[in-house]
Design a protein around this ligand. Sequence first.
Ligand SMILES: [Zn+2]
Length: 152
Amino acid sequence: MQPSDAYVIGALERLAEIEANAARVARIAKLPDDAKFFQRSANAYTRALCYWLAGIRPTRTPNGYVLPSQRAGEAPHKLTMDGDWTCTCLAGASMHWAKALIIGLEVAQDDMATLGDDSPPEIPARLLDEDAALLELVAGADLALNLPDADW
Ligand SMILES: [Zn+2]
């Protein structure tokens, strides 16, 4: 069953926050590699959230999902479950927005099964109002980490 928007948005926001917290802890603990790893995950979930809010939706395939590339002329992300979600793009099994979106979808499905149809988690108003600010945040975080301006 396709979870409602509120569940997916809630799940992606929660996952981004968990990873961002882990990155903060790693920075405090002076573990730069871990900090970068968790920050990259946080960015992937935030980016997935931005794309979800922009109306990007995965298409179900017999063994996974397909998501359109967000870079002009590039092949779509084809994700299959092979122990972990693995993508046909350069990112492979490592964390990027397409994989983050599918994980968010799965978490949302679990949340919906647990909490039921009637009580979707509340969406913080700022998420609905400040898509642009979120996008800037992601772009800024990428720059700060000196990551390539990649689709993933
Ligand atoms: Zn991909």
